[in-house]
Design a protein around this ligand. Structure first.
Ligand code: KG4
Ligand code: ZN
Length: 365
């Protein structure tokens, strides 16, 4: 296998159409030569969630242009690639199909190898793309579509220690913002309000902390918040500024407390493997939250574990992570043929029971 590999990656599993070119030479840091992401937020905004049919059509319309832009930005042509990696699941099936069909067409025309990538593996392997983190490491994926603890043992070997059984935390932030009349995406808006709020004023629940293990639940938290809001509205005829800030601060602390305690449990399970350089990585849009991030860093210090968090633009959906995950597979000699199919569900760890959660951004595992 050549020492230097250049891979084109395609991503279209949710509401971002993306293409990227990644290059890696053995023994050196990986290089992202280009990364193009075309979001669809505006198309779905009035529906309160991603509409699969609209998403699929937009992916089909945009993916060719995305590939052209990614190659142009990298100043490379298709024949200069070693292989094409594409998200083959899990996700919204119409979108995944757009990517898979496009990749198959490009491979058929160019003779390049095709590599089907699990979208979650893309997220989970990002710390290796950005920081060259060695296996095994513990990963918390926490976004609007994902929430799970994974031990990455190898590029194609993950153990899921637990995850959400209903909403992802990002969804809970977004719904909280909506209930309080704050703009979308809710996470940043709630975080700003929370800065001036009292996190102790409302005793919101910390769901599933009374149960062993690393599974989580966030939908009850939103219901509790709704009750507190309605009680305030009934008493005062509306929400005062301080009420909103206190609700946001109380909600944010509840989410952070749950994630921190479950991280402690996940770390204990991971450290039982005696990793040589114990490392914890957090990725996903919610990892941008300063209170959560600081709390997770503190837990890592407590456990003597290295903390790492990839830059936000590589935590949210992108194709550089798919190109990288494909590159890791290709180095190991894995390629797919044209029987590769789009999979709506594709758990990273098929030894663990299926997660029930499947919120506004589709399947979680
Ligand atoms: O990873 P991401 O961009 O997209 C997917 O979910 O795939 O994550 C977006 C989610 C949104 O729900 C957003 O509200 C949340 O991440 N988010 C935050 C913050 N910034 C973004 N949540 C809490 N605090 C933040 N600062
Ligand atoms: Zn994702």
């Amino acid at each position: 296998m050549t020492k230097t590999l250049t891979i084109l990656g395609l991503e279209s599993s949710c509401d971002d159409t993306a293409a990227a070119v990644v290059r890696h030479t053995l023994g050196q840091p990986a290089e992202i030569l280009s990364s193009v992401v075309i979001g669809q937020t505006d198309l779905h905004a009035s529906f309160g969630g991603v509409v699969p049919e609209i998403a699929a059509r937009a992916h089909a319309e945009k993916i060719d242009g995305c590939v052209e832009a990614a190659l142009a930005n990298a100043a490379l042509t298709l024949p200069e690639m070693d292989a094409i990696a594409v998200t083959a699941g899990p996700g919204l099936i119409g979108g995944v199909m757009s990517g898979v069909m496009c990749a198959k067409g490009l491979c058929a025309g160019s003779g390049l190898s095709l590599i089907g990538v699990n979208h979650l593996a893309g997220h989970a392997l990002t710390p290796r793309l950005t920081d060259g983190v060695g296996f095994p490491y513990l990963m918390l994926l926490v976004s609007g579509g994902h929430c799970q603890f994974l031990v990455a043992n190898a590029a194609d070997d993950f153990t899921r220690l637990g995850g959400t059984i209903d909403d992802a935390p990002g969804e809970a932030f977004d719904k909280t913002a909506k209930l309080l009349g704050l703009p979308q995406p809710g996470g940043p808006a709630v975080e700003i309000e929370a800065q001036s709020g009292n996190p102790k004023r409302f005793a919101l629940p910390r769901p599933l902390l009374d149960r062993p293990g690393c599974d989580m639940s966030f939908s009850g938290l939103k219901t509790a918040l709704l009750r507190s809001r309605d009680a305030l509205v009934a008493e005062h005829g509306g929400l005062r500024r301080a009420d909103r800030a206190d609700l946001c601060a109380s909600f944010q602390s509840a989410v952070s407390d749950v994630l921190v305690e479950k991280t402690r449990r996940a770390l204990r399970m991971y450290l039982d493997q005696n990793p040589t350089k114990p490392t914890f990585a957090v990725a996903g849009g919610v990892a941008a939250n300063q209170q959560l991030r600081a709390a997770l860093e503190t837990v890592c210090v407590e456990f003597g574990v290295v903390f790492t968090a990839p830059p936000l633009k590589l935590c949210t959906d992108n194709a550089a992570m798919i190109a990288w995950a494909g590159l890791e597979r290709y180095r190991q000699g894995h390629v797919d043929d044209f029987t590769l199919t789009a999979r709506p569900r594709w758990p990273l760890d098929d030894k663990s029971p299926t997660m029930l959660g499947s919120g506004k951004k589709g399947a979680k595992a």
